[in-house]
Design a binder for this molecule. Structure first.
Ligand code: HEC
Ligand code: HEC
Ligand code: HEC
Length: 433
């Protein structure tokens, strides 16, 4: 009897394994000799360049700026470090031997030419939504770039996360292959914006929290998440800043890197705006803005400016110069206020207003701490402006009282917990980025 059950279980196990292997196994695609870039038209390559920007290919696939797309960028995950690959057309170390079919399969299904499954740190869960024409144009662009010989370092993922075959199981659970589907209840412009955001732009890869297995948590879509030690704020209506993302402000932010009612793009978002969206035509950014303001359930432009003016006025009104200032207020007045003061009705994007800024109302203080320590470089935010860092001038304790003061007086959000510990944690890391 016992033997029979055991035998049955074993047979069942073998069957499950066989089915899994059948699903998991992907064939390799024949190599092609290094492709001839004359095969592509100039227009096709130019369109592909815009798509490569929207997809941030260069940001993730470059370590040395003199070797664009040659890979090797470390991507720390909770399971170990993964390195991006060389996607230049070098036949040995890059993807020079990949036919368009092999390239399209990688973008759509997350499978390399050899047939092995790719890790979803490569956002194919989004790129799968791109149209055939767009994938073709992207291939033309990538294959027309200089071939660079470079081998990325070996991944250091722990067992069992280093077994690529197991990714087939991950895909069964978390990956829907398929093109973007038009939402017929929305306008063409909205659909264009959503197509870019969900597909090439992979915006939710950073703005949506992930589950324990590294997949985006659909139940918390657009709720905001920590990525690369930055906080990517909620883009839906749960964003706690006083003024919502209207079309005008969303466009300004995505085109120029800053909005008068919000703040400027720093950290990973600076890469998105200044490297990624730079080549994108105005129409595409306007479409993204239409989609974004709908997602944020933005109020109309007049309402938004009224709310921002009220928020600034509320802070001005509660400050009473005759009362003794505490340490936080004193530090803010002397170290920050000269550059961060606005008239209520005309805030300037060049002086992000603390009453409006996302970093101050965010659920985590990391963006505010990093900006206070390191400032804002010329490559971030608005190109014509920069902010000095205060890591030398202020101690951890001083920064803690300054940010506690800002949080308490410039937002209606609860105090951050363990703030001083957060400041301490950010100090060594901030030097690197
Ligand atoms: C968020 C970072 C990130 C972005 C953005 C990104 N990639 Fe990748 N990509 C990776 C990583 C990491 C791998 C390696 C995955 C693995 O080893 O399983 C990879 C692998 C690939 C591969 C498979 C190459 C091989 O040798 O197996 C291709 C092709 C590729 N990426 C193309 C692109 C293109 C084209 C874009 C832009 C549209 C892009 N990637 C954007 C991180 C990224
Ligand atoms: C690589 C990660 C990453 C990707 C991809 C990304 N973002 Fe962001 N985003 C961030 C981070 C981090 C911030 C916070 C930056 C700051 O505070 O200046 C941010 C900030 C923003 C903000 C400002 C939010 C606020 O309340 O201040 C908007 C709007 C935004 N992103 C839109 C987008 C859109 C649209 C896309 C896709 C085209 C996108 N993001 C893709 C990381 C990312
Ligand atoms: C010399 C002028 C100056 C001083 C002093 C200064 N800032 Fe700034 N700050 C700026 C400018 C300019 C920007 C926008 C930079 C850009 O767009 O490139 C900025 C941006 C910011 C942002 C917005 C970041 C975002 O993601 O939107 C925050 C927060 C900030 N500063 C906080 C502070 C704090 C806190 C202090 C005091 C410790 C301070 N600043 C002192 C000029 C200054």
């Amino acid at each position: 009897m016992f033997k029979k059950i055991l035998g049955g279980l074993l047979a069942f196990g073998v069957l499950v394994l066989a089915i899994f292997l059948l699903i998991a196994w992907e064939s390799s695609i024949e190599p092609v000799s290094a492709s001839n870039s004359d095969a592509f038209s100039k227009e096709q390559i130019n369109r592909g360049e815009v798509l490569a920007g929207l997809g941030n290919c260069e940001t993730c696939h470059t370590t040395d700026p003199n070797k664009p797309l040659a890979g090797g960028r470390a991507m720390p995950t909770p399971f170990g470090t993964l390195y991006s690959t060389n996607i230049t057309p070098d036949p040995k170390t890059g993807i020079g031997q990949w036919s368009e079919e092999a390239f399209a399969r990688a973008m759509r299904e997350g499978v390399a030419r050899s047939g092995s499954h790719l890790f979803p740190a490569f956002p194919y869960t989004h790129f799968t939504k791109m149209s055939d024409d767009d994938i073709s144009d992207l291939y033309a662009y990538i294959m027309s770039q200089p071939a660079i010989q470079a081998e990325p370092p070996e991944n250091t993922l722990e067992f069992p996360f280093n077994i690529r075959l197991l990714l087939a199981g991950w895909k069964l659970l978390f990956f829907d292959e398929g093109r973007y589907e038009t939402d017929t209840s929305k306008s063409d412009v909205w659909n264009r914006g959503a197509y870019i955001a969900e597909g090439a732009g992979h915006c939710s890869a950073c703005h949506t929290p992930r589950n324990a297995l590294g997949a985006e948590d659909a139940g918390k879509a657009w709720d905001g998440a920590i990525i690369n030690n930055w906080y990517a704020p909620a883009l839906n209506a749960s964003n706690p800043t006083p003024s919502s993302w209207t079309e005008t402000e969303a466009y300004e932010y995505l085109r120029n890197g800053g909005s008068r009612f919000h703040g400027v793009a720093v950290g990973s978002m600076a890469d998105v705006v200044h490297d990624g969206l730079k080549q994108a035509p105005d129409n595409d950014l306007r479409s993204l803005a239409v989609w974004l303001s709908d997602l944020a359930q933005a109020s109309d432009e007049q309402q938004a400016s009224k709310r921002s003016a009220n928020a600034i006025r509320a802070v001005h009104n509660t400050q009473n110069p005759s009362v003794m200032m505490d340490e936080g207020e004193r530090l803010f007045t002397y170290a920050c206020a000269a550059c961060h003061y606005n008239e209520a009705d005309s805030p300037s994007a060049l002086r992000p207003d603390m009453a409006l800024n996302s970093a101050i109302s965010a659920p985590t203080p990391i963006n505010l701490i990093r900006v206070t320590l390191n400032g804002v470089s010329l490559k971030e935010g608005l190109p014509e402006a920069m902010m000095p860092g205060f890591s030398q001038a202020l101690s951890d304790r001083q920064i803690t009282s300054l940010l506690t003061y800002l949080r308490a007086t410039h937002t209606d959000q609860p105090a951050w917990e363990n703030l001083e510990q957060h400041v301490r944690d950010q100090r060594p890391q901030t030097q690197a980025q």
